[in-house]
Every structure is written in structure tokens, then in C-alpha cells.
Ligand binder design. Structure first.
Ligand code: DQA
Length: 142
């Protein structure tokens, strides 16, 4: 199967920002691990990162309109908590989306406890670092 792994705002600084929360591995290193994990399961993955809300919306549309993906793993970063635009884009497309977070958002600040995306996603995984992405891939495969 073929999947798209999308990362949103500030995720490009993974490994450099708030290391006690997100660890020291860069997004590139994490993506390399996800690729190995996916390939070991007979799957392939493409990656996309943007800090810009509208670009994330465009990428979701593109994944739907151009086809070719069996599912999307999305870590929208802080947009998770307030972007109705990304929520509507997920609802609009006919490709299953899994919401992921590296940190356990429920064990953190109050504003992170609510996601406006979860309701329109197939499932949610949080708290397991890069393995949140791996588990979401397994979930989408099912
Ligand atoms: C995050 C959690 C969000 O609350 C935060 O804004 C992020 C990263 C995570 O992966 O744990 O940027 O999505």
C-alpha cells in the first residue's frame, strides 16, 4: 500500500525544539525510520511538511484529486487544536486520515487536550514518539 505522511507547523524543527518533549531526532531521521518500517511491511511512503495551513489543505486536496494514496498520516502540530480549514479538508476527501502526535497531548497543557481534527479522522495515535507514525500506518493498513 502507499501512504502519505504529512507534518504541519513547527515539525520541521523536530530534534532542535523542546527536546525534552519531542526528542533529539530530526524530522529527516524520523522519516528515514518510518520509511524502513513501511518497507518492512511491504508499503511505501511519501513525505510532506509545511508550516502553512493553506499548503497543508492543498496537499490534502491533491492527495485526493490525483489519487494513488491508500491513506494519510497527519501530524498537524498546533493546527490540530484550532484549524477548521484542515478539518474540513479531511472531511472533504475520500482518503482515510490518521491523526498522530509524538507527545501525549493529553498529559500536557489544557489547550492540547482538544483536537478539532479527531472527529473526521479514522483514528488517533499519540505519545509514542516516531512510533506514533508507525502505529498509524498499521492502523490504516487494517
Ligand atoms: C504535536 C503536539 C501539538 O500539540 C504541538 O502543537 C506540536 C506537536 C506532537 O507531535 O506531539 O507541534 O502535534
Amino acid at each position: 500500500m502507499k501512504f502519505l505522511v504529512m507534518n504541519g507547523v513547527n515539525l520541521n524543527l523536530t530534534g532542535m525544539r523542546e527536546k525534552s518533549v519531542y526528542g533529539t531526532e530530526t524530522l529527516e531521521e524520523i522519516n528515514a525510520k518510518i520509511t524502513v518500517f513501511a518497507e518492512n511491511n511491504g508499503d511505501s511512503v511519501d513525505f510532506y511538511q509545511s508550516n502553512i495551513e493553506g499548503e497543508l489543505v492543498n496537499k490534502l486536496h491533491e492527495a485526493f484529486l490525483q489519487g494513488g494514496y491508500d491513506g494519510i498520516v497527519l501530524n498537524a502540530g498546533a493546527y490540530t487544536h484550532y484549524s477548521y480549514a484542515i478539518r474540513d479538508a479531511i472531511a472533504a476527501i475520500d482518503v482515510p486520515v490518521a491523526e498522530v502526535h509524538m507527545s501525549n497531548v493529553h498529559a500536557r497543557e489544557e489547550f492540547r487536550h482538544h483536537s478539532v481534527l479527531s472527529e473526521v479522522c479514522k483514528g488517533v495515535v499519540c505519545g509514542f514518539g516516531w512510533k506514533s507514525y508507525a502505529m498509524a500506518l498499521l492502523g490504516l493498513k487494517k
